[in-house]
Design a protein around this ligand. Structure first.
Ligand code: AKG
Ligand code: FE2
Length: 280
């Protein structure tokens, strides 16, 4: 676990606005008229969904669509950045996202800088864009989830490069060293950073995207959210621009015909989203 500051080291640790998100969840589910009358909701800049099925991103579209038992808010980079969105009294949502995303991008870029120093070729390649400081991480986004007791999120890997996860209660399980493991909760102000599909591609399969899932035990709910019966998680997905091509970085290439093929991030993203939401 590492502490994450929203800007430079030394600042106070980030804590998601759990109370505000919880109030918003109650509005979206029981004051639907008020929720839908918000311009940012009407124009789909702040989304609310209850029908995602992440298991289909692993098992494919033949699987019967059975949504996970949770609700989630979604906010994309382009909406958070746009000058033209009327957020009303919800400005804290895009502002919180932008600060945290900037911190994750900075952390990731400094970690991989030395691995990208010899990247050359097309200026659409992630390695080249990172070397030149040109990657904007334009498909990044925020997901804020609220789980009931016995809430679930089925097993999957995240689409992007890395994911930063903060939560206010236990329930996250990861597949590591050949078995599912229940993660210890981070200390106050701590967060979890893990690999997604694009880090697996950048490293030519050496760093595997982390399979993970959520199962909220009934008993653990007393501890979460001050005993109010919801587990919340706050997740930043660091995802490249749509037109960025992701290929193994030079230090990971084998040049024996087994190197992973480059893919355009927008195509990958579209494919995973379609599987998770198709028909709903
Ligand atoms: O709620 C969590 O802790 C994880 C959720 C998750 O993995 C996701 O939404 O991609
Ligand atoms: Fe995930």
């Amino acid at each position: 676990w590492e502490h994450v500051g929203s800007t430079d080291a030394g600042e106070s640790p980030v804590r998601p606005e759990y109370d505000k998100w919880r109030a918003l969840m109650l509005e979206a589910t029981s004051q639907k008229k008020k929720w839908k009358s918000r311009p940012c909701v009407h124009d789909r800049h702040l989304r609310f969904s209850a029908c995602e099925d992440l298991s289909r991103t692993l098992l494919g579209e033949a699987k019967y669509h059975e949504p996970d038992n949770r609700v989630a808010f979604g906010l994309s980079e382009s909406s958070a950045k746009s000058q033209f969105v009327d957020w009303g009294d919800l400005k804290w949502a895009p502002e919180g996202y932008m600060a945290l995303k900037a911190a994750v991008a900075k952390m990731f870029e400094s970690e991989v800088a030395s691995l990208c120093s010899t990247e050359n070729g097309s200026r659409d390649l992630l390695g080249v864009k990172l070397r030149l400081g040109w990657e904007k991480w334009g498909r990044s986004g925020l997901r804020h989830c609220v789980y009931p007791a016995e809430g679930t999120c089925s097993s999957h890997t995240d689409y992007g490069v890395v994911t930063l996860q903060l939560s206010n209660g236990p329930g996250l399980e990861v597949f590591a060293h050949g078995s599912w493991q229940v993660l210890e909760e981070p200390p106050e102000g701590g967060a979890l950073l893990f690999a997604g599909d694009m880090l697996e591609r950048l490293t030519n399969g050496q760093i595997k995207a982390l399979p993970h899932r959520v199962h909220v035990q009934k008993e653990s709910m007393e501890a979460s959210d001050g005993g109010r019966g919801t587990r919340q998680s706050h997740i930043i997905f660091l995802q490249p621009d749509s037109d960025t091509w992701v290929a193994p970085l030079k230090p990971y290439l084998l040049n024996n015909g087994n190197d992973l093929a480059p893919i355009r991030y927008g195509d990958w993203h579209q494919m995973k989203v379609r599987l998770a939401f198709d028909g709903w």
